[in-house]
Structure formats: structure tokens, C-alpha cells
Design a protein around this ligand. Sequence first.
Ligand SMILES: [Fe+2]
Length: 310
Amino acid sequence: MLQTSSTNTVWLTCALPPRQGLTGSLGSPGILKWGNKERHCKRKVGPAKITAQFELKPPPYALNALEPHMSQETLDYHWGKHHRGYVENLNRQIVGTDLDGMSLEEIIIVSYNKGDFLPAFNNAAQIWNHDFFWESMKPGGGGKPTGDLLELIERDFGSFERFMDRFKVASSTQFGSGWAWLAYKANRLDVGNAVNPFPSEEDKKLIVVKSPNAVNPLVWDYIPLLTVDVWEHSYYLDYPNRREDYISTYMDKLVSWEAVSLRLELAKVLIAERETKEDERKREGEEKLTGNEDPEEEMYLDSGTDSEAD
Ligand SMILES: [Fe+2]
């Protein structure tokens, strides 16, 4: 959680991927900290050992706080039933497996298994996605971003209005259940876990992507900044058979651009750290190569000395 200077509290747990691309820069995957707050997805670890249980994390506002745009009834079902179900299912699935003890992000990456999902993937990813979704909204949200985020949106989409159109089209055209995302693409192309959906595009730019079912951009090493849940369970009570109305209301009345901006700033910091670490590794590698040449030089000199002795 990040405490901002305003009275609003912006929750950023689950905001960024501490694994894959960024993991290398952060050391231990799953230990993502910002300020003095812990990463999301709390786990209960029993004193005896082994069993670590993920907990259902509540949205960072009251369940009726998004009304009239998203009703308490929807939150009761969506968070209280569906999200809870993912948590309970995952906890049952990982007990006694190699996944038990991993962070949620690690489980997502490992169980994605290059697109050949292991059984835990859907529940793990849905927990992460929903935490991220709740934290993407706030009462009195919507409007227009400012600062670096707006500048990047205008640079990469042409204008805020064009971005909004792109995002709404992506989310409304996702076939069946899934998600739409605004993500920061800063990965190299050798992500190792998946085929990069846009391998010809340059790095370090904002992109809009959609994903089926539980898939999220972490598996492509993209950094999610915003998402909308387009599973029918997210809108069928308030907007029956009207996904486009739900998406428009979400973008116009509920999105917390403050949270998105903070995620972008955090992404930049993490990417800079990753690049610094990569530069250090590269330099160390070069120094190692250079160091390996020294013995040959000594052998040459020793040989010369022997010649003189002869
Ligand atoms: Fe959902």
C-alpha cells in the first residue's frame, strides 16, 4: 500500500511483477516492497512449517463505495464469492506440491508453463488479477490522468481520447471471458516464458493488450498498469448483457488514475534497477574474460625468461 500525500490511499499491492524480467533486478522473487509496506497477498505460515495459505484480500474501500456505478451486490458476489473461490481453490491445489511456499507471482509464472498451464495457473492468476482490479478503482474515479502518465499516453497512442477508444475496443472485443490491460512494455524479447505478442515493437512504451480467461501480462514480462475484468460475473448484475456500458462507466467513473500513475513510476524505478544490475553483470563478465587472459601473458613472460636463461 502506498500512502499518498492526499487523503486518498492508493493500494499498489500486486501492482508489479517481481519475477521474470524484474525478478532478476530485485533479488528474491516475491519480496516486493515500496516504502515500508509489504507486498500484497498475505500468507499465513504455520509455526510447524510448510503450509502457507493465501488470504482473500479485501478491496481498499467499502463494498458499497463504488455505487451507483458498481453495486454492493456486485462486489458481494464478485469479491465475496468468485474471488474468494479462487483463493480457496488455490490453497487446496498447492498443498504438498512444489508450488507451496512460492509467492503468488512465482506460482503464476511457473504454472503458466509456456502456455501449457499447470492446474494452479487459473486460480493463482485470477487472485492476482482481481487484487489488481480492485486496486485499479476508487470512489469518485475516472477523469483524466496527468503528468508523466498522460505524456506517455499521448506519445504512444496519439491522445488520451485515442487511448480510451483503444482500451474500450480491446475490452469490449475480448471474446468470452478475459481481461484488458494497459501495460508498460519494457522487456527484452528473450522473455523465456512465452512468445512475445509484439516482438517487432520497440521497448519502453505503453501498450493495450487483452488476454483470455485468467492470463495476465506478467507471463509476457510486461508490467500491468491498469486492467478491467470483462468476465460476465463482473457486470451481469449491474449491466446485464451490456458489457460496453460497463466498460465505459468503469473508465469514466471508476478508474483510479492516481494508482495507475504510481504504478508507472514504480515500474520505471524497477526497470532502472534491472538495467543497472544487467550492466553490472555484463561488466563483471567482461572483467572475468579479461582476467582469464592474464595467465597467458604470464606464461609468455615466463617462456621469455626461460629463453634468456638458455
Ligand atoms: Fe472477475
